[in-house]
Ligand binder design. Structure first.
Ligand code: G1P
Length: 273
């Protein structure tokens, strides 16, 4: 079993569910209390033991990369003011991980976005993080997945039971249980109507994928919504590799829309985090 050393954060989306603010501010930079949402994604990754992070971005989303880039002028200003606390905080950000970024050339779907990370990832397993999903948990949710990966080497999806009327929001798996909360995936379908859904297990925005996914993505035709879907690429992988799915301990917030973002902020405020 090869260790997972890299994580790809897909942050190229236009944020249409959060317009108008996302016209000029990347949704990933909206605050969860005092820090931008993306800070929590990076914390989840690094506290799971992964220190190499690739951002997939689009034009206009450079603020995400800037946040983790050294800011010499700001540092000089804070030094002159004697503001040691803020200086420490600002200097720590670029040191959280090794960061790189890649542009998605056009909004052609999640599968296409992940495919743009091919050269940055190389020939090794990697994690994919969809930053809208923020999970409040004792053990970082990616770490929970890496534990499953140790016992069940292969591609790992994260799933959560959803209401029948919500199957149309998620990739839904058809699977058999192999251990408590762990499933062997037999098939998966992108955003089916409840009557077509093979189960109530919806995919949450975390994946551990083998590098063969890149060839599968290249072979994937546009699917739901005319987009190149990661779900469809994983269906191709199913023919040659094991795909597992696991449930998790924790509470998930979909921060990509105003209601979910507000719920996350209320929950974090209540904890005094
Ligand atoms: C994507 C995936 C979907 C998954 C979801 C999780 O959809 O295509 O299979 O369930 O992320 O957040 P999106 O939310 O980007 O439309």
């Amino acid at each position: 079993m090869t260790h997972v050393k890299k994580a790809v954060i897909v942050a190229a989306g236009a944020g249409t569910r959060f317009l108008p603010i996302t016209k000029s501010v990347p949704k990933e930079m909206l605050p969860l209390l005092s820090k931008p949402l993306i800070h929590y994604n990076v914390e989840e990754i690094t506290s799971s033991g992964i220190k190499d992070i690739v951002f997939i971005i689009a034009r206009g989303k450079e603020a995400i990369v800037d946040y983790f880039t050294p800011a010499p002028a700001l540092e000089t200003f804070l030094v002159a003011k004697g503001d040691a606390a803020n200086l420490r905080q600002i200097r720590a950000l670029p040191k959280m991980a090794h960061f790189s970024s890649v542009y998605q050339s056009a909004p052609l779907g999640l599968g296409h976005a992940v495919g743009t990370a091919k050269d940055a990832v190389g020939d090794e397993p990697f994690a994919v993080i969809l930053p809208d999903d923020i999970v409040d948990s004792e053990v970082p949710v990616l770490k929970q997945m890496l534990e499953v990966y140790k016992k069940h080497p292969g591609n790992i999806l994260l799933v959560e039971k959803c209401l029948p009327e919500h199957t149309c929001r998620y990739g839904i798996i058809d699977a058999e249980t192999v251990a408590p909360g762990v499933y062997k995936v037999k098939d998966l379908v992108e955003k089916p109507k409840s009557e077509d859904a093979p189960s109530n297990l919806g995919i949450v925005g975390r994946y551990i994928l083998m590098p063969e996914i890149f060839d599968a993505i290249a072979a994937t035709k546009p699917g739901k919504g005319g987009e190149i879907q990661l779900t469809d690429a994983i269906r191709i992988i199913l023919e040659t590799q094991p795909v597992y799915a696991c449930e998790f301990e924790g509470t998930r917030y979909d921060t990509g829309n105003p209601e979910g973002w507000l719920k996350a902020n209320v929950a974090w405020a209540a904890k005094g985090k």
